[in-house]
Design a protein around this ligand. Structure first.
Ligand code: C2E
Ligand code: CA
Ligand code: CA
Length: 709
């Protein structure tokens, strides 16, 4: 430190060159104006020109206030300045001025009168300091302070040692602590003890790494009450390196949490029993499913339904019923291991997910726990339940699918009886699913008229006369081409579609007969009638109505082919239906004769006009002695019962000759012709007649059939 009292410093300074002195004003970073005694501008320094945008030559002689005033300039201050200038007194003022383009800026104005004392002409020197930055930060601070004071969020500022430096009023409101209670203390005074030290360690680690942490924390108010807060902590670094403080802001979300909890209960739990509801069951099942995938474990999904619960509810009343459900629910919950779930998913239905091992034992336990008597006040009652079970991953359906399958299995269990369990069979289900899809496709095919009848001639051996055509259905599948009946009829069997399809065949066949009649050929047609269709209650009524509305149809020309194996499960009813058909004038053929079990009975009992020997016997009759024996005996029986016999599957002339020798009346088969579209029938007939005329009555036309097909 230099010694200012040293004599050397006391010598008077040398005169400074006035030119040099005037440079001070010119190069100053402050704005400088020299005014005359009337307050008008005599000189402005370059800084003033640069900053305000006014050049000295333009503003010489002007009053500064006329240039620098703007809309937000305080008029009071202008008045004050004017007064001071008038009195030639020095003054200082912070004031808002405007640049030439109109940009506002804050200056600190310092103005002193000059004159005789300084040995210069009277006037003023005004020095202006731009203080816009300071003004802005002052404003910022004011806003920050009001945010701090008025915020609904509690704000805690703590120093580097995490000692509280300041808290805002919201902090006091939420925690109950006054500012003076907590200044200098560690915010851990709020700790509820609910979180582990590891939780806080992780929090601080995060703050150190990222300067920020956000999460939920349970704290305790001054009155001891616990509350949850949503807290965010920021570490704010100061300009000095390594120096920082913390700003923690939090809101009390206890009410929100409670509300969310109630909402969760309402959404995910059953009110009556407190068990999870279906939605939560599905959620848990989704998780259990992926867990099982990872652990390569099995799951059981069960659907438990009480047997006859409605009756109990009705007789004992709803209150007792509810009580019973509550008791059973808690018993079920106790039966299961910790990882398992039981949910109430219907009136008296419960869903169960088993994740633990040894499921078989649990199924039994579930059923037996239901069997234990329940007493709701009016004496003990013993209940039973039906349990449907499906197992993942053998059944690979999604959560909803698994529950649905368990439900299906539960219905199967009910069908078997009570107090039973039934396992869902994924393969069977797959099969059923496919069948459903095929049936839908067939329904559409019927609507889209994709079916077509082919016709195959039936010939009397004696005289080679064509006596009729069998109508055989085909499906013009849009993608798979022409399909034979064995590709789609099995699907149709025993389904609701059999009747509409059978009716379509009847109508279509009759339509064709009419077309041929119009063309001069009166042809008979054989129509295959399925068992289901024949036994349908409305079958004969349908025929009656049909004949009634189509008086030109000649029922004598229509043969209804009924499969022997239509088995005429109910032979009495079948007899009466067939008799009724005969009354209406239709002819009846017993199809595929010999393939059923009680051929003889049928032959004796059923009203029949024709017996068709199945092609499986005919085809091999030439080289298989037993098939030949069957053919022989059917023909023999037919003769005994005076039923004409038709052999189908006649593929060659040799077959035909053998059949003629055995006394068979009619034949049908590829040897004569393959089934053909309706449009080809008349032309085929013509050819057949021509051959017959040439060859006479000795079956030679068969070779034409053989050659043609
Ligand atoms: P089906 O009543 O026994 O009909 C005779 C079947 O034998 C026909 O097969 C026919 O094409 C075939 N066939 C005819 N001649 C010969 C031959 O010389 N050799 C051989 N190997 N087969 C011959 P398709 O048309 O495939 O019909 C199969 C079965 O489908 C029919 O057997 C019948 O039970 C059923 N079906 C066909 N159309 C209908 C229909 O419109 N309604 C009902 N309900 N069933 C029908
Ligand atoms: Ca047939
Ligand atoms: Ca047949």
């Amino acid at each position: 430190m230099p010694d200012l009292d040293h004599p050397e410093y006391k010598t008077p300074p040398p005169e400074v060159d006035p030119e040099r002195l005037s440079l001070v004003a010119s190069i100053s970073r402050n704005m400088v104006l020299i005014l005359d005694d009337a307050g008008t501008i005599q000189w402005a320094n370059p800084c003033f020109e640069e900053y305000t945008g006014y050049l000295l030559q333009d503003i010489f002689g002007a009053h500064p206030k006329d240039l620098l005033n703007g809309p937000a300039t305080d008029p009071e201050k202008i008045r004050h300045i004017t007064q001071k200038l008038h009195l030639a007194e020095p003054f200082e003022e912070d004031i808002l001025f405007y640049t030439r383009p109109g940009v506002p800026f804050w200056i600190h104005l310092y103005c002193v009168p000059i004159g005789v004392e300084q040995n210069v002409a009277p006037g003023f020197i005004a020095v202006m300091n731009n203080i816009s930055d300071r003004k802005h930060s002052e404003r910022g601070l004011r806003i920050a302070a009001s945010v701090f004071d008025r915020s609904h969020e509690a704000i805690v500022i703590s120093d580097q040692n995490n000692c509280i430096v300041d808290v805002n009023p919201a902090f006091s409101r939420i925690t109950g602590y006054n500012r003076s209670d907590v200044l200098g203390l560690n915010p851990s005074i709020l700790s509820s003890g609910r979180h582990s030290p590891a939780y806080y360690r992780a929090m601080w680690r995060r703050i150190i790494e990222t300067d920020h942490w956000r999460g939920e924390i349970w704290n305790r108010r001054k009155n001891g009450e616990e509350f949850v807060e949503l807290l965010s902590i920021s570490r704010v670094h100061l300009d000095e390196p390594g120096r920082y403080y913390h700003v923690a802001a939090f809101t009390d979300i206890t009410a929100l949490k409670n509300h969310a909890k109630e909402l969760d209960r309402a959404v995910n739990y059953d009110e009556l029993t407190g068990l999870p509801n279906r939605q939560l069951l599905e959620d848990r099942l989704r998780n259990a499913r992926s867990h099982a995938d990872r652990q390569q474990k099995n799951l059981s999904v069960c659907y438990l339904d009480l047997d006859g619960f409605k009756a109990i509810n009705d007789s004992l009343g709803h209150a007792a019923g509810n009580q019973m459900l509550r008791i059973l629910a808690s018993r079920l919950a106790q039966t299961l291991s910790s990882g398992d779930t039981v949910a109430r998913i219907g009136g008296d239905g419960f869903g169960v997910i088993l994740q633990s091992d040894n499921h078989d034992a649990v199924y039994e336990r579930i059923l037996s726990t239901i069997n234990e008597p329940v007493d709701t006040g009016s004496g003990p009652i013993t209940l039973t339940a039906s349990l449907g079970i499906t197992r993942y991953p053998a059944d690979s359906a999604d959560a909803e699918g698994l529950i649905r399958h368990a439900n299906q299995a539960m219905y199967s269990a009910k069908e078997k009886g009570r107090n039973l369990l039934h396992f869902f069979d994924p393969e069977l289900n797959e099969h059923r699913q496919q069948r459903r899809e095929q049936l839908t496709e067939l329904t559409q095919a019927l609507e889209n008229e994709e079916f077509e009848l082919y016709f195959q001639p039936q010939v009397r051996i004696a005289g080679c006369k064509v006596v009729g055509f069998e109508a055989l259905i085909r499906w013009n599948h849009p993608h798979r081409g022409l399909l034979q009946p064995n590709a789609f009829l099995p699907t149709l069997e025993d389904s609701h579609l059999e009747v509409p399809l059978g009716q379509w065949v009847l109508k279509e066949a009759i339509y064709q007969m009419n077309l041929w009649r119009d063309a001069g050929e009166d042809l008979s047609v054989s129509i295959n009638i399925s068992a289901w269709h024949l036994m349908d209650r409305s079958f004969t009524r349908y025929l009656e109505n049909y004949l009634h509305s189509h008086p030109t149809v000649e029922p004598r020309q229509i043969t209804l082919e009924v499969l022997e194996s239509t088995a005429l499960d109910d032979i009495r009813r079948a007899s009466s239906v067939l008799a009724r058909c005969q009354e209406l004038g239709f002819r009846i053929a017993l199809d595929d004769f010999g393939t059923g079990f009680s051929s003889l009975t049928y032959l004796r009992t059923l009203p029949v006009d024709l017996v068709k020997i199945d092609k499986s016997f005919v085809r091999n009759m030439l080289n298989d002695a037993s098939d030949r024996a069957i053919v022989e005996s059917v023909i023999f029986l037919g003769q005994r019962f005076t039923h004409p016999i038709l052999a189908e599957g006649v593929e060659t002339m040799d077959h035909a000759r053998a059949l003629r020798q055995l006394g068979c009346d009619y034949i049908q088969g590829y040897g004569i012709a393959r089934p053909m579209p309706a449009g080809e029938v008349l032309e085929w007939l013509q050819q057949w007649h021509q051959h017959a005329a040439i060859e006479g009555d000795d079956m030679e036309p068969l070779s034409a059939g053989e050659a043609g097909n």
